[in-house]
Design a binder for this molecule. Structure first.
Ligand code: ADP
Ligand code: AMP
Length: 224
């Protein structure tokens, strides 16, 4: 693919709090690719006050999944952007077999097959503490943790000094719904991509730097 041998096309698959959003920006700088997070795109819609944002607000706050049509359209519109020319990391998409089928169709049309689908494997019990301590810098999407990855100055982004916030769906009640949606609708995608020989499981219950090394190993055999 990319002339310099850099660039990858990948999906990060895993339950809420598994570390997808922590890993994606590192892949972006390492491989010069774009980061497409459907969760970030949906939150931007809500913040913009658009009709679509108003429609999805309640669904997201309750932890349910928004419709396949809405998220597939967002991904389609973004994949063709110049920032994604060298490759992409999809974070939080696809989340259903229907979304995965639609993505296959798009990638086939573009002639851009996936290199690897990284599955973040972690027990549900670990995720409550991760989710309930998550802090985010909204403009950049950078995420911190009160205990595991605290910012240098409390509640301030390390890079810009701007305030950090908590996501409104990062509470135990919504997490329960998000986890059951994950197990029922998203986890079958591990076997789905296994059948297509691109599934790469990693242990996500390790320090973030070790998780990143394990993720990078998924691309070690990629043909450039
Ligand atoms: P996801 O994008 O999969 O929902 P995040 O990457 O936002 O998850 O991580 C959720 C929370 O857990 C964040 O507060 C993040 O700082 C923290 N976190 C991420 N990876 C690790 C790790 N390997 N060990 C401990 N905490 C982590
Ligand atoms: P995330 O930021 O990935 O944790 O997503 C936050 C919320 O946005 C989810 O709980 C869903 O309500 C919604 N969402 C994000 N991505 C998708 C998707 N691919 N399909 C359906 N709903 C999604």
């Amino acid at each position: 693919m990319a002339e310099s041998g850099r660039g990858i096309r990948t999906i990060l698959l895993g339950p809420p709090g598994a570390g997808k959003g922590t890993t994606a920006p590192k892949l972006v700088s390492e491989h010069e690719i774009c980061h497409l997070s459907t969760g970030d795109m949906l939150r931007e819609e809500i913040a913009s006050g658009s009709k679509l944002g108003q429609e999805v607000k309640t669904v997201i706050s309750e932890g349910r999944l928004v419709s396949d049509e809405i998220v597939c359209e967002m991904i389609k519109n973004n994949l063709s952007k110049p920032a994604c020319q060298r490759g992409f990391v999809l974070d939080g998409f696809p989340r259903t077999v229907g979304q995965a089928d639609k993505l296959n169709f798009m990638l086939k049309e573009n002639g851009t097959p996936l290199d690897s689908v990284v599955e973040f494997k972690i027990d549900d019990a670990v995720l409550v503490e991760r989710i309930c301590g998550r802090l985010v810098h909204k403009p950049s999407g950078r995420s911190y943790h009160t205990k595991f990855a605290p910012p240098k100055i409390p509640m301030k982004d390390d890079v810009t000094g701007e305030p950090l916030m908590r996501r409104s769906d990062d509470n135990e009640e919504s997490l329960k719904v998000r986890l059951s949606a994950y197990h029922a609708q998203t986890s079958p995608l591990a076997a789905y991509y296994g059948e297509r020989n691109v599934h790469c499981p990693v242990n996500a219950d390790m320090p973030a730097k070790d998780v990143f090394s394990a993720v990078q190993a998924c691309f070690a055999n990629k043909k450039n």
